[in-house]
Design a protein around this ligand. Sequence first.
Ligand SMILES: NS(=O)(=O)c1ccc(C(=O)NCc2cccc(O)c2)cc1
Ligand SMILES: [Zn+2]
Length: 261
Amino acid sequence: AQSVWGYDSDNGPERWHENYPMAKGDKQSPIEINSKDVRHDSSLAPWHASYDPGAAKTILNNGRTCRVVFDDSFDRSVLRGGPLTGAYRLRQLHLHWGSSDDHGSEHVIDGVKYAAELHMVHWNPKHGNFAGALKQPDGVAVVGIFLKVGKTPKPEMKRILEEIDNIKTKGKEAPFQHFDPSILFPKSRDYWTYHGSFTTPPCEECITWILLREPIEVSPDQMAKLRSLSKNGENEAMNPLVDNWRPPQPVKGRVVRASFK
Ligand SMILES: NS(=O)(=O)c1ccc(C(=O)NCc2cccc(O)c2)cc1
Ligand SMILES: [Zn+2]
C-alpha cells in the first residue's frame, strides 16, 4: 500500500511528505551538527538515567528497525536533568545503521557519519500517554548514541546482538528481560541538545534531542549481525534491513547547544 513508508526509492525519505506533511516542517530531525555553530550553554545541567532492568520486556524486528520495548506504565525507568524539566519515561530503544561501516547514523557531526545510531526514546508523563506526548513540543526526549566500528567492542552491545538470531524476519518478537540500557552509555556525559522531530513518519516535532558526544564501539561482526536482519517476513525473500536512516534535514535557524566547551 502506498501509505506504507520505508527507505526504498518508491517510499523513502524524499517522498514521506506526500502522506506525512509534517516531514516538511521547520524543526525536522536528524540534522548535521557543525561545531562552529554550536553554542556552549553553561546553564545546561547534567542528565541522569535511572533505569530498572526489570522494565525490559521484548525485542522485535518491525521490518524497519530492531527495537527493545520497556514497561512505561509508571515512572519505572526514567531520564531526568540536562535540558529536561521533570522525569521522562523510557519506552523503547532502537537503532539506525548503514550497509557499510562508513555511514548509517542519522545525525552527522562535522561531516562524520557513524556506522550506526542508537536511540533511547522517553516521553513526558505530564501529557498522560505517549500519543498525547507526541502532540507537545516537550513531549518526547531521545538520547542518541553513536556507534563506531572498532577493536574494543562494548560487551553490553553483545546482549542485544545475541538476540538478533531470534528476530531475523519482520514481525518476529522475543522476550528480552533483565536489561539495563544505561550500560550502553559511553564514559563521558557530554552532549549536544536541540529541538526536533521523529526521524520517521509521521515526523512529529515533539522531541528534545540529547546527542552524546562520545561514540561507543561495536565490532565488525556485530555490525554484520545487525545487517543480517531482514526487512521481510519469514515466508518472503530475504531483503537485508540496512540503510534505515533519514538524511540530515534543514536546520532553519535552530541553535544547537553543547553541555561542554
Ligand atoms: N527515530 S526516532 O528516535 O526519532 C523515533 C522514536 C520513536 C518513534 C515512534 O514511537 N514511532 C511510533 C509512533 C507511534 C505513534 C505515532 C507516531 O508518530 C509514531 C519513531 C521514531
Ligand atoms: Zn530512531
